[in-house]
Design a protein around this ligand. Structure first.
Ligand code: C5P
Length: 230
């Protein structure tokens, strides 16, 4: 497992201060809509300047027509980030267009597909997709695997089923992790690190339990100790 920290603080200054406090650790940093729309490419460069071994996951969840997604994927590859994501519901043709375009980049970023957003409840999900979250997540994972993506974003509770339907090597990145059972906040289904390990999660994403902790670097230290012993 490799820890991914969500940089969800309200300003670039606060996110960079958090990153600086964690610079001793070669971990993943998740840059989402808010930070990227506001702070852009210079924010990614500032993170890499703090620790060149930070790995960057650009969480922009692309969803558009195939050619536009391939164009965006190419621009993302030029940013030298290490991972980004698209929506699986953009479909096979879009997935192929993205992967074909990235074939020109020998050190291309990993590409993940979002299966079902965890904010959906079953009823609202079925109004759009006409299937249960579980069966659709599995179908989306298979589609992503068959079209050459590297993995999916899913809940820790779906990780095992995703791998069973695809491959042990197909990556799962899972938000909603509460390493030691901390406050769930607005997350509906949360998993501890131990449960994430049991479910084969590759990248546990942790936001609030780290940045709301009075000592984020100590928290990361504790998480990494557990990850290496699990
Ligand atoms: O603070 P917390 O650990 O709950 O943060 C989880 C992070 O993962 C947030 O950045 C949130 O936007 C993101 N995320 C999520 N559920 C998804 C996709 C992304 O919680 N399905």
């Amino acid at each position: 497992m490799e820890l991914c920290v969500a940089l969800d603080l309200p300003s670039a200054e606060e996110n960079l201060a958090l990153a600086k406090s964690l610079k001793a650790y070669d971990i993943w940093m998740k840059v989402g809509f808010r930070a990227y729309i506001r702070d852009g490419k210079t924010f990614i460069e500032a993170l890499k300047a703090i620790n060149p071994k930070f790995k960057i996951f650009l969480d922009l969840k692309l969803y558009d027509i195939p050619n536009t997604m391939a164009d965006a994927a190419e621009e993302i590859a030029k940013l030298s980030v290490d991972m980004f994501n698209i929506h699986a519901s953009a479909g096979s043709v879009a997935m192929q267009a993205v992967m074909q375009r990235l074939a020109n980049y020998p050190n291309r970023p990993l590409v993940l597909a979002v299966t079902a957003l965890t904010s959906f409840d079953e009823a609202n999900f079925q109004m759009i997709y006409e299937k249960s979250i579980e069966s659709k997540a599995e179908q989306f994972a298979k589609m992503s695997y068959e079209n050459g993506l590297d993995g999916v974003v899913c809940s820790a509770f779906e990780s095992r089923a995703v791998k069973a339907a695809t491959s042990e090597h197909f990556l799962t990145l899972c938000p909603g992790i509460r390493p030691f059972g901390e406050d769930a906040g607005d997350q509906q289904r949360v998993a501890t690190l131990e449960l994430a390990r049991q479910e084969g999660v590759d990248y546990p994403v942790v936001g609030r339990p780290i940045y709301k902790d009075p000592n984020p670097s100590q928290k990361v230290d504790e998480i990494l100790k557990v990850i290496t012993t699990l």
